[in-house]
Design a protein around this ligand. Structure first.
Ligand code: 5GP
Length: 213
């Protein structure tokens, strides 16, 4: 638990949901600390070492697990992903809000560990649309895309365990909703309870995404 008012905010969304774009726009002029994860997956063209990820070998990653260097870590699509512990703790101690962009297993580990963390899930409009976006991005082969789409369905089914759920159907609206949630968490606005999955509307939205496969 931080002694100051720094917030730990977890953002999850299946790949292809546009969360990178939303977050880039939402945090353009903000001084939040955006945690850079470690991963063992191979870099893609758009990746930059130390910016999008720290790319590690399996050996180096496992050494860091053994040294308790991760706040959380998980295996996703056959690769390790983990949040380095120290930068998160140092930035929170310095009073900065910290954003973790991680998948569901990691999100639940952090929520278990830090009861003061907030979680937000970004839904695609439908599984079919997610499949289309991953094909359009064309950074992965068919087999990988199929695996990611199947994984996405499993993750979306857990969206109701998050504090807030928004949808990226229209990008401008998604950025607006995202900012409403973040500003509510930071106490700069009313808590955005309309995005809580305790609401019937939000539950229905999650169900519909899953049904539109
Ligand atoms: P990608 O390979 O598309 O960059 O990321 C795959 C998934 O891993 C995404 O859902 C992303 O949010 C998640 N991810 C990225 N970094 C971490 C991390 O440090 N921990 C966990 N648990 N998941 C992560």
């Amino acid at each position: 638990m931080s002694e100051n008012n720094a917030k730990l905010i977890i953002v999850s969304a299946p790949s292809g949901c546009g969360k990178g774009t939303i977050m880039h726009r939402a945090f353009e002029n903000s001084d939040v600390f955006y945690s850079v994860s470690c991963t063992t997956r191979p870099p893609r063209d758009e990746d930059t070492e130390g910016v999008t990820y720290h790319f590690l070998s399996v050996e180096a990653f496992e050494k860091m697990i053994a040294e308790d260097g991760f706040l959380e870590h998980a295996c996703y699509s056959g690769n390790y992903y983990g949040t380095p512990r120290k930068p998160v703790e140092d930035n929170m101690a310095a009073g900065k809000d910290v954003i973790l962009e991680i998948e569901t297993q990691g999100a639940f580990q952090v929520k278990e560990l830090r009861k003061d963390a907030y979680s937000l899930f970004i839904l695609p409009p439908s599984i079919a649309e997610l499949d289309r976006r991953l094909h359009k991005r064309a950074t992965e082969d068919e087999k990988t895309i199929a695996k990611r789409v199947a994984q996405a369905a499993g993750e979306i089914a857990k969206a109701d365990k998050y504090d807030y759920v928004i949808m990226n159907d229209d990008l401008d609206k998604a950025v607006e909703d995202f900012c409403a949630v973040i500003n509510g968490i930071k106490g700069d606005a009313e808590p955005a309870e309309r995005f809580s999955p305790k609401n019937e509307d939000v539950k229905k939205m999650i169900r519909e995404v899953l049904e539109n496969a």
